[in-house]
Design a binder for this molecule. Structure first.
Ligand code: ISL
Length: 553
């Protein structure tokens, strides 16, 4: 296995709007992040992934870019960005930024020009089609509700938008557009950024036939939209033109669920991108807006599929991000009794899996889902955009709200809880762009820092163990109890050591039977006990949500 810095990295995702506000307007900003650099250093992460920081009218919180070379005014200036980058680099932390190039904002000057006339040199920067008898060109739908087509401009044509109508899709068939994208990538790389997270990268090459979808297709339009015929070609070109000239990491959002194609774009022999996020494990039990029940064996099997990639691929592992509920609320147990042990267990799970690990802001202190009680508490364009469709499908507002309380994207976007003071120490202002979780008095950074037994310090310790153990990073992965309903147990076998991870993901006390080959393994760390123990029998007794890491001798 070829060693690479990005294979060893633990990446910390910052959603800048919600991280830390420095000027009292209730919106997080870059100077706010700069004021927390020592915090990030103390945690011990290797890379920061910054969600979009570019100039944007914020139809989708920055995933709609108006100017790719400017910083969003609420977040600060380009000088602030440079200071952030230097500050991170001085602390040995790398920075990757969010490249949103499937679509731009409709307020981008390219789109304004493109819409102005059919003859505009920018017309083909986007995808325009004539309507059909007063209707859109086909029946494709937007992920954020309604048709994926919007009529605009003097010529009466429709443009394609897979997301909100303020997010028109860029036309990757046009070599001029591709050259512009490569240029803006170079702009940021020449500043010294260390790579990109690539938003919905599997969607950039569009299907060629623009045929209507059938009823089944309409349930999951992403399967039609993703992995178009020229995706590999575009990524190879991007790699040759730009990426291959820098020592950077790239992680693509492989939205659209096609394992074979995802492996292809991340196969090191293909020179496309390095890594991809797979969503099957993180979305276990999810069906669009419904979070159904799921079982631990189901989850473990999805994790195994992600992990068992070929020698020429490298996996990623994550339990949450800005589009998903809080890790401890979905995978742990966020009741007062079990929140702390289960959040620590998730720390062990995240940091001992095979693959580049992605930790989402706030998970290191065990932040939980927000208790939403009404629709006006949400900000997300996706929730608002899909409301009519969901109600028209026969669901009641009450049951939609119940679903959203399990899976809404806004759970992850509430402001970071820094202290038990006013506005959780997030802002000095009187308002925040999204509500602060009412549990901030109990759950916050300050308490975590001052308690050596906290979730934060547990993350710190495991990060440190991981950093000093190649076997834990590059070792083979083997699930040793895949059908066990409560225990997640696996080994990581490297050149000279085997690690054994045993996680009780339940509220029950469990006697876990283990093969005698593990006799004599020593405890490295546990979330419940400080006592160092050796495995001396074939049964390990685990308390509810107990997590243990052992090593061979
Ligand atoms: O979050 C989702 C469903 O709840 C997905 O449909 C999500 O939109 C999809 O994973 C793509 O996400 C990315 O692109 C979107 C943006 O809204 C997300 O925040 C981003 O992560 C459009 O740019």
């Amino acid at each position: 296995m070829k060693k690479e810095w990005w294979k060893e990295a633990v990446v910390y995702q910052i959603y800048p709007r919600s991280f830390k506000d420095s000027d009292g307007d209730g919106i997080g900003d870059i100077p706010g992040i700069i004021s927390k650099l020592d915090y990030l250093e103390a945690l011990g992460i290797d890379v920061v992934w910054l969600s979009p920081h570019f100039d944007s009218p914020n139809a989708d919180n920055g995933y709609d870019i108006r100017d790719y070379r400017k910083v969003m005014k609420e977040f600060g200036t380009i000088e602030d960005f440079d200071t952030l980058l230097n500050g991170l680099h001085e602390r040995g932390i790398k920075l990757i930024i969010d490249l949103v190039i499937n679509h731009s904002s409709d307020e981008h000057k390219w789109f304004q020009e493109s819409m102005a006339s059919k003859e505009s040199p920018y017309r083909d920067y986007y995808i325009w089609k004539p309507g059909k008898e007063g209707n859109p060109p086909n029946n494709w739908t937007s992920f954020f509700g309604g048709s994926a087509w919007e009529k605009a401009g003097p010529d009466g044509e429709y443009y394609l938008h897979y997301f909100a109508k303020k997010q028109p899709d860029l036309n990757w068939e046009n070599p001029k557009l591709r050259a512009e994208v490569y240029d803006l990538m170079r702009f940021w790389l020449d500043k010294g950024v260390d790579g990109f997270r690539m938003d919905v990268i599997a969607l950039i090459s569009k299907p060629t036939d623009f045929k209507d979808m059938d009823v089944e297709g309409l349930k999951h339009p992403e399967y039609t939209y993703a992995y178009g015929p020229r995706l590999n070609e575009f990524l190879k070109e991007m790699n040759k033109e730009v990426l291959s000239n820098y020592d950077v990491m790239t992680v693509g959002e492989a939205y659209g669920g096609n394992a074979e194609k995802t492996l292809e774009i991340t196969d090191e022999r293909n020179n496309e991108i390095d890594l991809a996020f797979w969503f099957d494990a993180v979305r276990v039990g999810r069906d669009n807006f419904k979070q159904n029940d799921w079982t631990l064996p189901e989850f473990k099997k999805l994790v195994k599929t992600q992990s068992d990639v070929s020698y020429h691929n490298w996996p990623t592992f994550f339990l949450s991000n800005h589009d998903n509920p809080r890790a401890v609320s979905k995978f742990g147990d966020d009741t007062p009794e079990y929140r702390i042990p289960s959040a620590k267990l998730l720390a062990m799970l995240l940091l001992t899996q095979r693959g580049t690990a992605f930790l989402y802001q706030g998970d290191e202190i065990g932040m939980t889902n927000y208790p939403f009680t009404s629709f006006d508490q949400f900000d997300d364009v996706e929730i608002k955009g899909n409301y009519d469709k969901i109600i028209a499908n026969g669901e009641s507002p009450e049951s939609y709200l119940e679903d959203l309380n399990k899976m809404a994207r806004d759970h992850a976007r509430t402001p970071m809880q820094w202290s038990d003071q006013k506005q959780a120490g997030f802002t000095s202002g009187n308002t925040t762009w999204l509500g602060i979780n009412p549990n901030f008095k109990a759950i916050n950074v300050e308490h975590n820092l001052s308690d050596s037994n906290s979730i934060f310090h547990f993350y710190r310790k495991i990060l440190d163990i991981r950093k000093n153990n190649d076997n834990l990073i590059y070792g083979d992965y083997n699930d040793i109890a895949i059908n066990h309903p409560e225990i997640f147990a696996y080994t990581r076998t490297g050149k000279n050591k085997t690690y054994l991870v045993v996680l009780n993901m339940s509220r029950s006390t469990v006697d876990f039977k283990i093969n005698k080959q593990y006799k004599g393994y020593n405890l490295v760390i546990s979330n419940l006990t400080e006592e160092l123990q050796t495995i001396d029998s074939q049964t390990i007794k685990l308390q509810p949500w107990e997590a243990r890491l052992y090593v061979s001798n």
